[in-house]
Design a binder for this molecule. Structure first.
Ligand code: F6R
Length: 605
């Protein structure tokens, strides 16, 4: 993770760097820093612990001048969130910002210490600055020095180097971590993603793995991993430079939850025309023998829900896994199998690596991504946009339900291609799916009830979430949301698993949230509820009118969801999961949009 930015511009660059860092803050917010070279060639830096606002404040009192600069927003990997560990790291004539992990930094650091150079931080990145500065002190030019350092690095990195005395020079490099070069008129930019560069330019060149580039205001010279000059394509990217605002809501998360009926409608309009599903050519499931759905966190849970649809509707064997496990368990794949990478950011290192594993093992690959310009979109055989729009809140909400909707459409396509459902059944299921936005609109009305219930939940130390079938992964998602937003310990379980361990936790202080629409599995879940209540557990039942009536007055509280949506109802149940977590976080006064220790884009393994 971490966000990096570099500008060789025409104006005072530090306000521009801070503006770009604001757009990158989703990648980490443990500390931030900028370095500039002023007109006289003087390299200087400012760094501040915590949110970007602290750096902005510092720059007001201690401004930095210069038209060339680099900036960084940090998600701490090596070393705590202190000023000494904040980027840019500097040694003598060089300053460096980095996203990724230098895996062999200990070995390199030991060499430097043996040569009498003492690191000032606990970071892996500082080693890069120390080595490069040392090379320059030994007589290498800035570009040669950066190259000599790059040749020694193992691991994943996106790097930008800035040099004392060089007002029109920057060296950048990438391996593993993403990096985009932006072309302006007499200006050059570099950033972790095109979104950061959007206010400056829409002309982007993506570096490929192992590339490095020498930037001046006249342009970029790119070199491949062997050091040979290479041409990389310039593309125009439309990510929109408009300010990202909360639209009158207190938090981005509240806005993004409320946007769901509209964005789900957009997904349906994009992929469904009448009773027909419209997907890119080549996405045919007729001869497919297996599908693997892989992602991390919430994206993985979207795959977990969809597994029920692929298996029940399409009869297609479906593996799900978290990306970090998938690639290392080395699952056998075949040319008849599809691999689906699910990712909001499209940059998650583990998911990208799993995609590369699948590609190298001949499976056909689909990238289900929200950020259309991302690495996963570019590296997949077929990229399917999930069309949620920019999601700013670190905790995913609308991206999740959009992923679910695209997966539902894929599962229906698979069922139809494989002859498991005919045109009439397809039309019936699509009608169910089309009802989801309207039902979601009704489910949004549960916000106030969720707020009241959160006064109770937010007092708890532990919360259990239970669900059966496709509601089980939604229970997992509810627990994940509560944990990350409110810092309350929460676990999700398949309802039937309760008596195999977790029931030991039940007492009157542990709220148990049960997701149970009045369907074929309802009676079984009610039995599990009875087991909880017999042990004085306090149940919050989420069901529909029929379910709540059938459950009687045993539950401590209920939330009534609208009926409808057929097999796709889990999409609807995501909304109270989000609201319960959101309101509990607000009640506890945590940082809703940027919870501690998290980052929106996880670009390290
Ligand atoms: C949870 C959350 C994370 C992400 C996960 C994957 O609210 O947002 O669990 O879902 O880090 O990120 P993407 O989807 O960008 O690959």
């Amino acid at each position: 993770m971490c966000g990096i930015i570099g500008i060789l511009g025409k104006h005072e660059v530090s306000p521009q760097l801070v503006d770009a860092l604001r757009r990158l803050e989703y990648r980490g917010y443990d500390s931030a820093g900028v370095a500039t070279v002023d007109a006289g060639g003087r390299l200087d830096r400012r760094r501040a612990v915590g949110k970007l606002i602290n750096l902005s404040d510092r720059l007001v009192h201690e401004p930095l001048r210069g038209h060339a600069g680099i900036g960084h927003t940090r998600w701490a990997t090596h070393g705590a969130a202190t000023e000494a560990n904040a980027h840019p790291h500097r040694h003598g004539p060089v300053a460096v910002v980095h996203n990724g992990i230098i895996e062999n930094f200990r070995e390199l650091r030991d060499e430097l210490i043996a040569a009498g150079i003492q690191p000032q931080s606990q970071t892996d990145t500082e080693t890069v600055a120390l080595m490069t500065g040392r090379h320059m002190e030994q007589g290498l030019s800035p570009v040669e020095a950066a190259r000599a350092t790059l040749a020694r690095l193992r691991g994943a990195f996106a790097l930008a180097f800035l040099f004392q005395g060089e007002t029109d020079l920057m060296v950048v490099a990438r391996k593993g971590s993403p990096l985009a070069i932006g072309h302006g008129a007499g200006e050059m930019f570099v950033g972790s993603d095109a979104v950061a560069l959007a206010p400056f330019t829409d002309r982007i060149t993506y570096l490929e793995d192992g590339d490095h580039a020498v930037l001046t205001r006249a342009g970029a010279q790119v070199f491949d991993g062997d050091g040979s000059p290479v041409a990389r394509r310039e593309t125009r990217i439309d990510v929109g430079a408009t300010a990202i605002d909360k639209g009158g809501y207190r938090h981005f998360m509240a806005k993004e939850i409320a946007e769901q009926p509209v964005v789900i409608g957009d997904v349906l309009n994009h992929y469904v025309k009448g009773d027909r599903i419209v997907l890119p050519d080549g996405l045919d499931f007729a001869g497919v023998d297996r599908i693997a759905l892989v992602g991390c966190g919430t994206a993985h849970l979207a795959g977990h829900v969809a597994r029920y649809w692929f298996e029940q509707l399409a009869g297609l064997p479906c593996d799900i896994d978290v990306a970090s496990e998938f690639r290392y368990r080395e699952p056998p794949l075949s040319a008849q199998s599809w691999f689906v990478a699910i990712s909001q950011s499209g940059e998650t290192a583990d998911t990208l690596a799993a995609l590369h594993y699948a590609r190298d093992h001949v499976a056909r690959t689909v990238g289900l991504v929200n950020v259309g310009t991302s690495a996963i979109a570019r590296d997949s055989d077929i990229a399917l946009p999930t069309l949620a729009g920019i999601e700013v809140s670190v905790a995913s909400s609308k991206a999740f339900t959009c992923q679910l909707t695209v997966l539902a459409i894929l599962a229906l396509k698979a069922a139809h291609d494989r002859g498991r459902i005919g045109d009439a059944d397809l039309a019936r299921h699509l009608a169910d799916l089309r009802r989801i936005p309207g039902l979601m609109q009704q489910a949004l009305d549960l916000s106030d009830d969720c707020r009241v219930l959160s006064e109770w939940l937010s007092q708890a130390q532990d919360v259990l979430y239970l669900g059966r079938g496709a509601l089980f992964p939604v229970a997992l998602e509810g627990a994940l949301k509560l944990k990350e937003l409110s810092y309350i310990h929460a676990e999700g379980y398949a309802s039937g698993e309760l008596k195999h361990g977790p029931i030991a936790l039940i007492d009157r202080d542990v709220p148990v949230i049960v997701l149970a629409p009045h369907d074929a599995l309802f009676e079984k879940t009610v039995s599990n509820m009875q087991e909880v209540m017999a042990r004085h557990g306090q149940i919050l039942l989420l069901s529909d009118r029929a379910g709540i009536a059938a459950a009687g007055d045993g539950p401590h509280a209920t939330l009534c969801l609208p009926e409808g949506g057929g097999i796709f109802q889990p999409i609807l149940y995501a909304i109270p999961m989000q609201y319960l977590a959101y309101h509990s976080a607000v009640a506890r006064g945590t940082d809703v949009d940027q919870p501690r220790n998290l980052a929106k884009s996880v670009t390290v393994e």
